[in-house]
Design a protein. Sequence first.
Length: 196
Amino acid sequence: MKRIVLAFVVLAVASLLPGTAHAQDHDFNHIQLGVYADYFNLQQTHTNFGGVGARLGVNATPWAMIEAEMNYDFTQPFTETFDNGVTLGTNRTDVRLLHGLFGPKFQTPGPLKFFVTVKGGFTDFMLDSRPVTFDTFTSSVEGLRSNNWNGVFYPGVGVEGRIRPVGLRLDAGDEIYYNHGPHHNLRIAFGPVIQF
């Protein structure tokens, strides 16, 4: 993992060289919108979550972008087998996650971008047996202050390819939340982006 991060840092620094940055000025887009599917492995309970999210990014330079994103991970079913070896039951965990992240993304210029990102934010752990609807999501966002949320640090790497103005983005990283110490969790996001 350290070698991958180092390689992306070297690419980002190389993109800062005057000749490279000037040659890519025609490729500079100011705003990026994206939606994505999200995979989150909650390491503390060994539970895999899936969800959806959206992000907004604003370019400060051709090689640096400031991004804000939020995603919602749905409740997951789990299976239990009892001691007799025959009885099998499937239940829902009723745990849902709401993630919010904000921070810079350092990228190489061009239609194929490699990037590193470092973001901070929160993860909100919700216990809710109601079905997933738009009202359930909005009440989760409205109730952020009263729910169980934890501070998050997210270092990540990724790649983004596009044919103007639409592209695809894949990123992965370690979403570290803090609750009586740090907890490391794999997070992968994939989806389309639009730049203008």
